[in-house]
Design a protein around this ligand. Structure first.
Ligand code: HEM
Ligand code: HEM
Length: 349
């Protein structure tokens, strides 16, 4: 393969790995698991052009005299590529480390670092491939070979997990490791970016239900406690790499919506946190969701979202809004939520 084709193949595979890496956040069932399979195939296939590339440029890399001002970025790109592939593979076997940062955090950071460094490396060393760089069928076969190599590794890795009884054999289809099911509040805590509110004073806090509704409802903590409670068994699967199955107890969103009378034009329901963080669900899905006050037999603690957190079965953890203060019925999808999740923080109300 011509050098420029190797380079752009590296670029293509790294881009697929990065995109499907973030796509992994949308993996909710065995069907969407295909995103992670594509991720793993692209990630491992990357090893092939990487090996060709490093063979080609090894002298530029190991001979310090050959270095120019751009070479440090190339060296760091190489380290980040090996770290991203290595940490991904390691996590799927060892599911370690488990604290903060855990192996998945490390993997995401390595993946992001690769994205940034590779972008810089390409800007510094850009060479446009020409038509004559491609050898047509032969290149196509090589690309197939690379993907085949990536795909062949996956069953072999799972066989290794099973044969050695490695922790990776127990991971969920999202790649997450198990943590503290049915343990009340004793499951891990993950807070989004800057969301660190002070504990909520429930004597002043109210839940408001409004939007495309016949009435507005505003409930104090005491009024909320008098509403009928329901339970829901659901798995919180955090994009930070862990999952926990709990029995959640609280107020059915469907029951709340019935109290305010949803207008026929309603299509989505948005859940807004005291931090300004918000996420929305299609109305039918929102009806089946729960605003939890309890986990197991314990009242939710502050860091798990007291006094109310959304329990949205089948959705990834970052959509399970904590410290909910408003339920807003919408007639349109809420694109602004993609901005709100990056601007939310302790000072918002
Ligand atoms: C994971 C992906 C990549 C890694 C790890 C990597 C690594 C390296 C290393 C270690 C060098 C030698 C040091 C240097 O000359 O600066 C180098 C050189 C170079 N890289 Fe990359 N690279 C990657 C992707 C790319 C891509 C996507 C492009 C362009 C589209 C590219 C274009 C070049 C060019 C033009 C050189 C100069 C040497 C030559 O012409 O062969 N590289 N790369
Ligand atoms: C371009 C950078 C990246 C590369 C090269 C890469 C590569 C890999 C590799 C080789 C694996 C092991 C797959 C397996 O053994 O099944 C893996 C796993 C994983 N990666 Fe990445 N990754 C990158 C970025 C990301 C990002 C940015 C995310 C998330 C935002 C992510 C999420 C995951 C997840 C969830 C797994 C576990 C999959 C499983 O359990 O089967 N990756 N990655």
């Amino acid at each position: 393969m011509r050098p420029r084709v190797v380079d752009w193949t590296l670029y293509g595979l790294a881009a697929i790995a990065a995109l499907t890496g973030f796509g992994a956040w949308l993996v909710t069932d065995q069907h969407s698991r295909a995103i992670l399979t594509a991720h793993a195939v692209a990630g491992f296939a990357l090893l092939v052009p990487l090996a060709w590339k490093l063979r080609r440029v090894r002298l530029r890399l190991v001979r310090l005299k050959a270095w120019d001002a751009k070479t440090p970025i190339s060296a760091l790109t190489t380290i980040a590529a090996l770290a991203a592939i290595g940490s991904g593979a390691f996590w799927t076997h060892a599911q370690w480390p488990t604290g903060y940062p855990n192996g998945m955090h490390i993997h995401i950071v390595a993946g992001l670092a690769l994205g940034g460094l590779l972008g810089a490396h390409v800007l510094l060393r850009f060479k446009r491939p020409a038509r004559h760089d491609f050898s047509g069928r032969r290149d196509a076969l090589r690309w197939l070979g690379m993907l085949g190599f990536g795909a062949a590794l996956l069953p072999a890795k799972e066989a290794l997990n099973r044969a050695l009884g490695l922790p990776g054999a127990q991971r969920r289809f999202t790649g997450s490791r198990h943590a503290g099911s049915d343990s009340g509040n004793a499951f891990p805590i993950t807070n989004w970016l800057f969301d660190r509110p002070t504990p909520i004073d429930t004597s002043r806090w109210r839940l408001t239900v409004r939007g495309a509704t016949a009435r507005v409802l505003s409930l104090s903590d005491a009024e909320l406690a008098r509403l009928p409670q329901t339970s829901l068994r659901a798995t919180l699967d955090c994009t930070g790499g862990w999952y926990s199955t709990q029995t959640w107890r609280g107020i059915s969103v469907g029951a709340l919506l019935d109290q305010v009378g949803v207008l026929p034009s309603a299509r989505f329901v948005s859940f807004v946190s005291v931090t300004g963080y918000r996420w929305s669900l299609p109305i039918a899905e929102a009806r089946a969701a729960l605003l939890a006050t309890h986990v197991g037999d314990e009242p939710l603690d502050h860091w798990h979202g007291a006094p109310l957190r959304l329990v949205a079965p089948g959705r990834r953890g970052f959509m399970w809004v904590k410290w909910v203060r408003e339920v807003v019925v919408l007639t349109q999808p809420d694109l602004g939520q993609w901005v709100a999740i990056f601007t939310s923080g302790p000072d918002a109300t």
